[in-house]
Design a protein around this ligand. Structure first.
Ligand code: TYM
Length: 321
């Protein structure tokens, strides 16, 4: 069963991306799976080209540093021609209303002047990513589930209207509690695009920065640690991060501590330990531009070869070529 997933370089990789997605991709990945940096998706809202390019480069290094084999990673724009063509085919399979209904489109376009057309067609490109490679499973967070559902709808519609080309993919969601919240505002998920980075731990932050951010995490009125996401979301988030790093359940871990400060120290230690090897490997890779470029080219070639017959078949069946 081929798995495929991606991460958008709209900012630096953070602890939520790492614990909720990237680390799992590395741990659970099979030889056939593919993971990629979705830089084309990073152009759907106002962006800076040079920054996007450098973030894409950094994210590629982070995926490899996290332990995903270099053979299984690529950068989306290296397949821009194939994906662009397949996106068009899928846009011709998708109704306007289906795209306009996407929660992410509604949230990101709300109150904005000059919304890019690509923000609306975002899920058609995401469907192209998935369907080009014949992925059966798509490990994503809850926020991306609706896009994978639309991908299923489009794949089924294409197959029944024009002929069987596409594998029908399924979203695979992480277990409950895999959603890391912002340390400064535990009502919000940790996000790459948050303006104030005080509550966002980035995968490549220095250990001192990590400790400072965790020490300043907003917690609730209580003093004895307990895991209650409803009434103590800040403490619950810290305990969930600790559980994700160390194993065990957040509730059991809570009983090991008698003060909030002790929990914060333990979380800081655990996160620093968890991220240290990733950071070291990523910095080494980022210092070796030639090697990273070589990996990038090889990954692109492999992904292109693997997917192009599906694009050819889809174009033929829909009436082109
Ligand atoms: P992106 O870049 O928003 O997120 C990458 C992955 O990280 C997960 N995630 C989190 N997990 C736990 N806690 C958090 N705070 C947190 N924030 C983000 C996301 O659920 C996701 O799994 N559109 C996609 C990229 C994409 C893609 C695809 C994915 C493009 N094409 C095809 C799958 C298949 C995105 O922007 O993910």
């Amino acid at each position: 069963m081929t798995k495929l997933s991606g991460i958008t370089p709209s900012g630096h990789v953070h602890l939520g991306n790492y614990l909720g997605a990237v680390r799992r991709w590395a741990l659970e990945g099979g030889a056939d799976d593919l993971y990629f940096v979705a830089d084309l998706h990073g152009m759907t809202t106002p962006h800076n080209p040079a920054k996007l390019r450098s973030l894409a480069h950094e994210q590629l290094a982070v995926l490899i540093a996290a332990g995903i084999e270099p053979e299984r990673v690529f950068v989306q724009s290296d397949l821009a021609r194939e994906l662009g063509a397949l996106t068009w085919v899928l846009e011709c399979t998708c109704n306007y209303g289906e795209a306009a209904r996407m929660i992410q489109f509604k949230e990101k376009s709300k109150g904005q002047a000059g919304v890019r057309l690509s923000l609306l067609t975002y899920p058609a490109l995401m469907a192209a990513d998935i369907l080009l490679q014949g992925a059966a499973e798509v490990p994503v967070g809850e926020d991306q589930r609706q896009h994978v559902e639309l991908t299923r709808t489009l794949a089924k519609r294409f197959n029944s209207t024009y002929g069987e080309v596409f594998t029908i993919p399924e979203a695979v969601l992480p277990p409950a509690g895999a959603r890391v919240k912002d340390l400064a505002d535990p009502a919000r998920k940790m996000s790459k695009s948050t303006r104030d980075a005080a509550g966002v731990v980035f995968a490549l932050d220095e250990p001192d920065q990590i400790r400072r951010k965790i020490r300043r995490a907003v917690t609730d009125g209580g003093s004895v640690p307990e895991h209650d996401p409803e009434t103590r979301p800040g403490m619950a988030n810290l305990l969930e991060i600790l559980a994700a790093c160390r194993g065990g359940s957040p509730a059991d871990l809570a009983s090991e501590f008698t003060s909030y400060g002790a929990v914060k120290d333990a979380v800081a230690d655990a996160v620093i330990d968890e991220l240290r090897p990733l950071r070291e490997r990523a910095l080494t890779l980022l210092g070796d531009v030639a090697e990273l470029d070589r990996v990038r080219k090889a990954g692109a070639e492999r992904a292109r070869e693997r997917g192009s017959h599906r694009l050819d078949a889809a174009l033929r069946m829909i009436g082109a070529n």
